[in-house]
Write a protein that binds this ligand. Structure first.
Ligand code: URA
Length: 247
């Protein structure tokens, strides 16, 4: 007997959509299981035995999946296709992995560099990005000017952002002070839009540069800027297991 999983998870495992998008597709009546349209959530399917279609196309559960780490440079957008035709992170990997439906896991701003994960596995993406899994993200911020002990403590205990959202406790340490900048290493556990810049903005600080150093315990290391590598099987299983779910 094959593994039994929830329908939305199966759709994500086939690389057709994220789990959340798959739930919407189910509600919209676009998914069938063994020829019958399913619109309610919670249906389970057996991998290799049940036939699932999306918009009339049979989904294939392929084993080969891609898990990539890119050292994103400034000046690239974190999307598959940009509406203004700016360079995208996919442009940096596509010559090697043509035709794979690889997409970025989460987002780094146009003006942020560093560790970006990419995959064709919707389930992996869900585990790394969903807030309930609480995956830490570590950044190195070059802050214009100085940081007081009070500033550091505010970062650590939680910052009220411009929209009223209070960030959860973070780890923060000063790693260097030079050329008018204070370098702060910061680990946060949410992924609000431009969160790190907005945390410093709440303290009246501006950032010169922002780099992501790690996601969870997986680090950028010495991967050169603009280059990518496959994650090791150890790193993939770290993400899958760091985010265990009750199913
Ligand atoms: N916080 C930011 O401000 N920008 C990023 O790209 C990531 C986190």
């Amino acid at each position: 007997m094959g593994e039994i999983v929830r329908l939305q998870k199966y759709i994500a495992m086939c690389g057709a959509a994220s789990r959340r998008a798959a739930e919407t597709m189910i509600s919209e009546g676009r998914v069938t299981v063994n020829g019958k349209t399913v619109t309610e959530q919670g249906v389970k399917v057996e991998i290799g035995a049940d036939k699932v279609t999306l918009d009339g196309e049979t989904l294939k559960h392929s084993q080969k999946r891609y898990y990539i780490m890119l050292n994103k440079p400034v000046g690239y957008v974190t999307t598959v296709k940009d509406q203004f035709d700016r360079p995208t992170v996919i442009d940096l990997i596509k010559t090697d992995l043509k035709d794979k439906r690889i997409f970025p896991v989460g987002r780094l701003d146009y003006d942020t560099e560093g560790l970006l994960l990419l995959t064709d596995d919707g389930d992996f993406s869900y585990r790394v990005t969903h807030p309930k899994f609480n995956m830490g993200k570590t950044y190195l911020a070059a802050v214009k000017g100085g940081m007081t002990v009070h500033d550091m403590n505010v970062l650590r205990s939680g910052v009220r952002l411009d929209d009223g959202f209070k960030t959860s406790p973070a780890q923060a340490e000063i790693t260097d002070v030079k050329n008018g900048y204070t370098f702060v290493k910061l680990t946060i556990h949410e992924g609000k839009n431009r969160q790190v810049r907005r945390m410093f903005a709440a303290l009246g600080k501006e950032l010169g540069a922002l780099q992501r150093l790690a996601v969870g315990s997986v680090e950028l290391g010495n991967l050169p800027l603009g280059r990518w590598r496959h994650l090791t099987s150890h790193e993939v299983s770290y993400f899958m297991n760091a985010a265990k779910e009750d199913e």
